[in-house]
Design a protein around this ligand. Structure first.
Ligand SMILES: Cc1ncc(COP(=O)(O)O)c(C=O)c1O
Length: 388
């Protein structure tokens, strides 16, 4: 285990770090936003579910799975502030959630599907595929990397036309790590007659969520990123008026049972990550969500400042949003395939980061979680220039 300290968290940080003992020793894992990482306690709980499944798969899939998913769904729905008595569908990831939304939303020939140039690539591809199939078109709102909240709202609304039927909006963007003001955007779009799909891949656990107040048309968020669930756990919610027309691209055993069963009983797949979601939430709550969030944001800011100084960039010019423990720094050179640089940073510096390509630019994106420490960002900052 690494021996460094983390004064931003406090004296008990070594015990926290030890909970993430699956992480490669000596490697700085600064890409939590990419795929998440569950703590040991959650992994142990998932193993207990696995043991039940493997002991008697017939009993598990026929008699235990449905009540188990219902319990998990209630816990996740409460965590996300869903309307009282409402459930969420537990699906494997946000890619599935957005595909269900995009394939289900009413859209006809001649209408427009609005996306932004900060959108997640596969989600945008889903919108393009659907638009192609029905003879609609995709319109992309272009938003500057450093736009403030008012600028984001203005850019999105400026792209709305009388033909705009549906908009796909991220809560927290992937490549650019920006927070979109969805509390203003969702009602502003709906007032203009636009159906809104929210890609909230990063939001659960990272930000407090009040689905009932937000009232989007369709919403999907991962539990396996900032909600400490094992990978392959996400929530999907749709407004009641859209539930009868939800179309799951892969047919569920609950096809005739409405929402959420129509979306969540997909053949023989491993449901244990989804069954474990309440444990991820309990882990976050035991530590104190506020403490976790404040720590993570401060550490991400620290990492961004260290990189800015190493790359001679004025940190005041860099984007960064309250509550978002991910930060980007644009690199002075653009890479054709940023995955080469990502692999080199891993091999030569022992650091894992995201290196998104965005609008022709190459960005470095660092995430911060409770298992990270300032010294890990210092190591990245000390070595990055030599790799460019
Ligand atoms: C904004 C956004 N949408 C969708 C996804 C896809 O998430 P998943 O791979 O869990 O489906 C991500 C993953 O990073 C993301 O950042």
């Amino acid at each position: 285990m690494d021996t460094f300290e983390n004064p931003l968290w406090g004296d008990d940080w070594t015990e926290i770090r030890a909970l993430f003992d699956a992480l490669q020793p000596g490697h700085a894992y600064l890409n939590h936003g990419g795929f998440g990482n569950p703590p040991r306690t959650v992994v142990v709980n998932q193993q207990q579910w696995r043991a039940r499944m493997d002991a008697n798969a017939t009993r598990f899939f026929r008699r235990e799975l449905a009540p188990g998913l219902a319990t998990a769904s209630r816990a996740v729905a409460e965590f996300l502030g869903a309307p009282a008595g409402d459930l969420v569908a537990l699906v494997t990831n946000v890619t599935a959630a957005t595909t269900i939304a995009v394939d289900s939303v009413p859209l006809a020939a001649g209408e427009e599907f609005l996306v932004t140039d900060h959108g997640y690539l596969t989600a945008t591809w889903a919108a393009e595929r659907r638009a192609r199939e029905v003879g609609a078109s995709v319109v992309t709102a272009r938003i500057p990397l450093e736009a403030d909240a008012a600028g984001i709202i203005e850019a999105v609304l400026a792209a709305v036309t009388p033909r705009t039927k549906v908009a796909l909006i991220d809560h927290v963007t992937s490549s650019t790590a920006r927070l979109f003001p969805i509390e203003e955007l969702v009602p502003a779009l709906q007032e203009r007659g636009v159906i809104v799909i929210v890609d909230a891949a990063h939001a659960p656990g990272m930000l407090p969520i009040d689905l009932a107040a937000l009232s989007p048309d369709y919403w999907g968020g991962n539990l396996h990123k900032w909600g400490y669930a094992p990978r392959s756990a996400a929530a999907f919610w749709a407004a009641p008026k859209w539930r009868s027309t939800l179309r799951n691209p892969i047919v569920s055993w609950g096809e005739d049972d409405g929402f959420p069963l129509r979306l969540q009983e997909i053949g023989t797949s491993d449901p244990t990550p989804r069954l474990t979601t309440p444990n991820g939430i309990a882990f976050l709550r035991a530590l104190g969500p506020q403490r976790v969030r404040e720590h993570n944001v401060k550490l991400a800011e620290y990492g961004q400042a260290a990189l800015a100084s190493a790359l001679d960039v004025d940190p005041a010019t860099l984007p960064g949003d309250p509550g978002v423990p991910m930060r980007v720094v644009p690199l002075p050179v653009a890479f054709d395939d940023p995955r080469d640089l990502q692999a080199e940073i891993s091999d030569r510096l022992g650091v894992e980061v995201a290196v998104p390509k965005w609008n022709g630019r190459t960005l470095l994106r660092v995430s911060a979680n409770i298992y990270n420490a300032p010294a890990e960002y210092d190591r990245l900052a000390a070595g990055i220039k030599s790799l460019l």
